[in-house]
Design a protein around this ligand. Structure first.
Ligand code: TXA
Ligand code: MG
Length: 326
């Protein structure tokens, strides 16, 4: 399937962004829905298309670490250290914002701004051509599964986006790690593509995780497919899936090691061969679950180390059944 909205013309994408249009672009984590971070009208449209509450801030993407001071006001030395270690890469830094640098709409009126330099050649080329910050949440409707291909974006947003730059499949597959740099010590607000182990190595001590900041990516229910996601241990998944599966209820399993004794009625989704592949394919598999018409998807999570921590975080949010965003 192809769409007239999918293309590879970076110059055109930059022109559209500068003209106030919405352009989706690839990053190493997930596709972003971009808008000029200095343009109020473009940002209003972005929130509208995304279906996101106005109070929820978006990440501002810049072309290189040298651009940090364009949007940040005196970031602490440890923030510069993190930027030097991980940019370009899947790390977002929350820093005090430089007055007037971006629209209030990009930050939900806060005194802080989330900044990151994505590690994708098309994204960086685009950001260089635009020459200012580009606000970009993940290019999915609020509360749904993030897109990791250009086609996913078109499937979700259709005509609401002027152009989707096609950069292939996103390498990492889960969103950036967000670190709050507004206090004396850094604090992880969202686990993601940069691991807690890698952060601890650069800072010289483990970072605090969690916080009081209300943020859409940290709502208990998020990243949810239509199928109900249930976490299961490798030992029990075959039994639990068999107990739910019947002629009326289509059930699937996603696991790195698929048990040999699965009920033949259970749909087996492509098994990831490593934790990195689990992250890389996670959102595509959640979409596969919906395409296969599954009502319940049992997932055996990877070990809770490295990128596995971010995968487990997204799975727990996908599995959360409280009334979250639709
Ligand atoms: O990997 C990613 O981070 C992707 C790609 C496109 O860069 N973007 C992404 O954006 O995941 P989004 O909008 O889906 O999630 C951004 C998160 C939200 O939880 C938001 O609340 C938080 O970043 N955030 C942004 N600015 C903030 C601020 N000033 N203070 C606290 N949280 C902030
Ligand atoms: Mg998102």
């Amino acid at each position: 399937m192809n769409s007239p909205r999918i293309g590879s013309d970076v110059a055109r994408a930059a022109h559209l962004l500068r003209a106030g249009e919405l352009v989706a672009f690839p990053t190493e984590t997930v596709y972003g829905l971009g808008a000029d971070a200095t343009n109020d009208a473009a940002l209003a449209r972005l929130y509208d298309v995304k279906g996101r509450p106005l109070s929820h801030p978006v990440i501002v993407h810049v072309a290189s670490a040298e651009r940090l001071d364009d949007v940040a006001h005196t970031p602490p030395p440890y923030a510069r250290k993190l930027a030097a270690a991980f940019w370009p890469g899947p790390l977002t830094l929350i820093v005090e914002r430089r007055p007037g640098a971006v629209s209030d709409r990009a930050t939900g009126g806060r005194s802080t701004v989330g900044v990151r330099v994505p590690d994708h050649p098309l994204a960086r080329h685009l950001l260089e051509l635009v020459g200012r910050g580009v606000a970009a949440p993940s290019a999915n409707r609020f509360g749904r599964v993030s897109p990791t291909t250009a086609q996913h974006v078109v499937d979700d947003l259709g005509d609401d986006v002027a152009l989707v730059l096609d950069g292939g499949e996103c390498r990492v597959g889960v969103e950036s790690t967000i670190v709050d740099c507004t206090d004396e010590v850094p604090r992880v607000l969202r686990v993601g593509g940069v691991t807690l182990e890698a952060l601890a190595e650069v800072i010289g001590a483990p970072l605090a995780v969690g916080g009081t900041t209300a943020a859409p990516g940290t709502l208990p229910s998020h990243y949810a497919p239509h199928a109900r996601v249930r976490l299961a241990s490798a030992d029990c998944v075959a039994e639990e899936a068999a107990a739910v599966c019947d002629a009326q209820t289509r059930v699937g399993v996603l696991a790195m090691d698929v048990p040999a004794d699965l009920d033949p009625m259970v749909v087996v989704l492509d098994a990831p061969g490593s934790v990195e592949e689990f992250a890389h394919t996670l959102y595509a598999r959640l979409r596969d679950a919906d395409a296969a018409g599954l009502e319940v998807l049992f997932v055996v999570p990877p070990p809770a180390a490295g990128l596995g921590v971010a995968v487990i975080d997204r799975l727990e949010r996908a599995a959360h059944e409280a009334a979250g965003p639709a």
